[in-house]
Design a protein around this ligand. Structure first.
Ligand code: ASP
Ligand code: MG
Length: 430
C-alpha cells in the first residue's frame, strides 16, 4: 500500500458540486488501495475576498491578524470536504496546518517551512481514515502564532507533507491537464509536456508560467519527490515533474526528435516593470549605490542591463526589471540618490512583458538564441532587454507584443501539436 498526497486548488473546490466531485475522486484513490492525504486550498476566490474584507476595515492590517484571517479560507474547504467524504461512507479527518505539524518561521505572509512533524496525519491514515489538511499555513516555531506561506502556498504544503510522510507521489490538481509548452489561452496549439525536470519547471515558474508555486518545486527537487500535475476535471494523465535523469528524450518523432528535446516550453510574465537610470557617471561604486538602495527597500530585481558608456560624456544608462507592485517604492528610493550618484533622470515603464524559452537541451546546442531572436524579428517584435541562464533565454518586450512573441517562439521551436489538446476547465488556471 502506498501513500498518495493530493492537493486540490481553489478552482477544484469552488462550490459544493465541485467539492462532491473531488470527494468521489479521493474515495476512488483510497479504494485503489492507497493511503490518502489531501491538501486543500480555499474555495474559489475566497482568499482574495478575505483580503478585500481586511482592507475594508484597515488599510494596513497587522500581519499576524491577516494570517489568522486568511487561514480561515482553507479551514472552510477542509471541513466541508471531510463532510462530503463522510457522506460517501468513508472516514475523513480534517487538520489545520498547525495540527498537521507544519512548523514555520515567524515571517507572516511569507513564512518558510522549517519542519514537518506529521504524527497525527500518519496516525489518521494508519487507522484507515483519509486525512485532509488545510494548505498554505503553519505555526511559527518561536512565536506559536499562525502563519501563511505566501499566495499559492498550498502546493508547498502538499510537497512538504509528501516528503515528511515518504509518499510515493504528490499529485497537484488544478483546472488544466498539466504543464503545457505555452499558455493555451495564448497559443491554442500548445502541447502537454509528459515529463519535465525540476530545473526546467523552476525556470518556467520563475519566468511567470502559472503552474506551480516556486518553493514547492524547490522543495520537491531537494528531496526528489515526484510531482504529478493534472486536472481534477478529467482522468487524463498529466505532467510528471521529475529529476532530469528521468526525463527521456522523446523518440518516435522522426527528424524532430532532437529538436523536441531542446526547448521544453515558452513562459511569459506580465507582472514586471522596468526602471532606467539615465546618465549614470561611469565610475566604480555607482551600480553598487543604485542596487543597494533597491535592496534596502526589500525589492527583488530580475534583469539588469548596463549600456556601454558614450565616449564623449562618460555617462551610461542602467536598466533593471522588478515586480510592478514595487515600482513606486523603488522610484522613491532611487530619487533620493540623484545628487549623490549624479545621474540625470529616472524612467519608469510598466507596460513591458517578459517572454522566455526554457529547455535543458539548449546548453548543448548552439544557435538557440539566434533562432529565438529571428522569430521575434520576423513577427515584428522589438527586444528591449535580454537575459540568459544555462537553460533559459528571456527577453523583455512591450506588453502589447507579449502574445505575438509567445506564438512566434512556440512556432520557431516546433512546439505545437496538430490538434488542440489543451482544455481549461475552470478559469483561473490553478
Ligand atoms: N488560498 C491561497 C491563495 O489563494 C493558497 C493557495 O491557493 O495555494 O493564495
Ligand atoms: Mg488559491
Amino acid at each position: 500500500m502506498g501513500i498518495v498526497v493530493q492537493k486540490y486548488g481553489g478552482s477544484s473546490v469552488a462550490d459544493a458540486e465541485a467539492i462532491k466531485r473531488v470527494a468521489r475522486r479521493i474515495v476512488e484513490t483510497k479504494k485503489d488501495g492507497n493511503q490518502v492525504v489531501v491538501v486543500v486550498s480555499a474555495m474559489g476566490d475566497t482568499t482574495d475576498e478575505l483580503i478585500d474584507l481586511a482592507n475594508q476595515v484597515s488599510p494596513l492590517p497587522p500581519a499576524r491578524e491577516l494570517d489568522m484571517l486568511l487561514t480561515a479560507g482553507e479551514r472552510i474547504s477542509m471541513a466541508v470536504l471531510a463532510m462530503a467524504i463522510h457522506d460517501l461512507g468513508h472516514e475523513a479527518r480534517s487538520f489545520t496546518g498547525s495540527q498537521a505539524g507544519v512548523i514555520t518561521d515567524a515571517e507572516h505572509g511569507r513564512a518558510k517551512i522549517i519542519d514537518v512533524t506529521p504524527g497525527r496525519i500518519q496516525a489518521a491514515i494508519d487507522e484507515g481514515a483519509i486525512a485532509i489538511v488545510a494548505g498554505f499555513q503553519g505555526v511559527s516555531q518561536t512565536t506559536k502564532d499562525i502563519t501563511t506561506l505566501g499566495r499559492g502556498g498550498s502546493d508547498t504544503t502538499a510537497v512538504a507533507l509528501a516528503v515528511a510522510l515518504a509518499a510515493d507521489v504528490c499529485e497537484i490538481y488544478s483546472d488544466v491537464d498539466g504543464i503545457f509548452t505555452a499558455d493555451p489561452r495564448i497559443e491554442p496549439r500548445a502541447r502537454k509536456v509528459p515529463r519535465i525536470s525540476y530545473e526546467e519547471t523552476l525556470e518556467m515558474a520563475a519566468q511567470g508560467a502559472n503552474i506551480l508555486h516556486l518553493r514547492c518545486v524547490e522543495y520537491a527537487r531537494r528531496y526528489d519527490m515526484p510531482i504529478h500535475v493534472r486536472s481534477s476535471f478529467s482522468e487524463k494523465e498529466g505532467t510528471w515533474v521529475v529529476k532530469s535523469q528521468d526525463v527521456a528524450v522523446p523518440d518516435n518523432q522522426g527528424e524532430n526528435a532532437m529538436e523536441a528535446a531542446i526547448i521544453t516550453g515558452v513562459a511569459h510574465d506580465r507582472s514586471q516593470a522596468k526602471i532606467t537610470v539615465v546618465g549614470v557617471p561611469d565610475k566604480p561604486g555607482e551600480a553598487a549605490a543604485i542596487f543597494r538602495a533597491v535592496a534596502d527597500a526589500q525589492i527583488n530585481i530580475d534583469m539588469i542591463v548596463q549600456n556601454v558608456s558614450a565616449a564623449a560624456t562618460s555617462l551610461t544608462d542602467v536598466s533593471f526589471t522588478l515586480p510592478r507592485g514595487e515600482g513606486q517604492t523603488a522610484m522613491a528610493a532611487l530619487s533620493k540618490l540623484q545628487t549623490s550618484v549624479g545621474f540625470e533622470t529616472l524612467q519608469y515603464d510598466d507596460s513591458v512583458g517578459k517572454v522566455s524559452i526554457v529547455g535543458a537541451g539548449m546548453s548543448s546546442s548552439p544557435g538557440i538564441s539566434a533562432r529565438f531572436f529571428e522569430a521575434l524579428s520576423d513577427a515584428g517584435v522589438n527586444i528591449e532587454m535580454i537575459s540568459t541562464s544555462e537553460i533559459r533565454v528571456s527577453v523583455v518586450v512591450s506588453e502589447t507584443q507579449v502574445e505575438d512573441a509567445v506564438r512566434a517562439a512556440h512556432a520557431a521551436f516546433d512546439l505545437g501539436s496538430d490538434e488542440v489538446e489543451a482544455v481549461v476547465y475552470g478559469g483561473t488556471g490553478r
